[in-house]
Design a protein around this ligand. Sequence first.
Ligand code: ADP
Ligand code: F6P
Length: 325
Amino acid sequence: MSEIKRIAVLCSGGDSPGMNSAIRAVVRTGIGAGLEVFGIQKGYAGLLEGNIRKLDVSSVGNILQHGGTMLQTSRCSEFLTEEGRREAANLLKRKKIDALIVIGGDGSFNGAMKLHDEHQIPVVGIPGTIDNDIDGTDYTIGFDTAVQNAVDAVDKLRDTANSHGRTFIVEVMGRRSPAIALKVGICTGAENVVLPTATIDYDKIAADIDRGIKRGKTSSIIIASEGEVEGVGYTIRNSLKDKFNLEAHVCILGHIQRGGNPTPTDRLIASQMGHVAVKAILAGEMASATVFLQGKVSLSPLKNCLRKKNEFDVSDVELLTALSI
Ligand code: ADP
Ligand code: F6P
């Protein structure tokens, strides 16, 4: 018989579409198993403020299909300190909360790992970030919706680019992760993709644009991954102008990518992960994460999911290059 009676769930770091579907699954699976489930508002910051409320079955009704997170989210510098985490652990103990589910990225997972290591609180991480950049899982909730949002936007830009014979540099999110840029590049037939970890090959970009014009292309799209700071699109535009006298327009898609209704893929994986996370707690897991591997949701030790991932499949780059001639 599990000794777990009360669990809590929070979202931390950047929000991602599908977080609500995961919250709903946690709440309904937990209540269905006889647990009391609490929602912590605004991530670790809300935990430190004691911003906690009991959730019932109805409180998560009609949220599955909405982007953002009903629990809101935050970044919290206090939680980076041992003292902050001790305060958080004490608060959970005072509220008699036996286990914590954290929906967020690798930073949030590192916080959860430390909370467990330092205070023995059982934790489960659910990967939620549009960047798809957490080690140990092939998928993070929100990625599919973000890609869908960006593809919709680039398709629209292509219409106007074709009409004017223009080059557009479209900057997508993802920090140091190449995942969004690569997938969007392939799915929009981009002429070039600039990945966050690569040196920018201006000669190649200019040669590709020139070749395209010569074979009658009416537009060029360059997808640029934002890297650490947004605005790389302007650097690329200025260099193309200075070095090759090429004109390009810049469009930074920004936070639009993070909003909107989650796709069915995000709803499904988020629901499965929320369900598996509660079952993990009931089974006595102490520090685990829900992961998506080989097309299925399963459980993994949390320590395997703490690193930021920025590798990519070279065959994707090969595909993009082969198809954009
Ligand atoms: P994400 O979870 O999306 O990667 P962040 O890296 O901003 O987002 O992390 C979200 C929050 O998680 C931080 O504001 C902080 O409260 C906590 N956090 C991040 N990294 C650590 C860490 N190394 N140790 C403890 N807490 C952390
Ligand atoms: O980590 C998710 C993400 O959306 C990144 O793609 C982006 O660089 C960053 O968050 C933006 O963070 P903020 O919400 O602080 O603007």
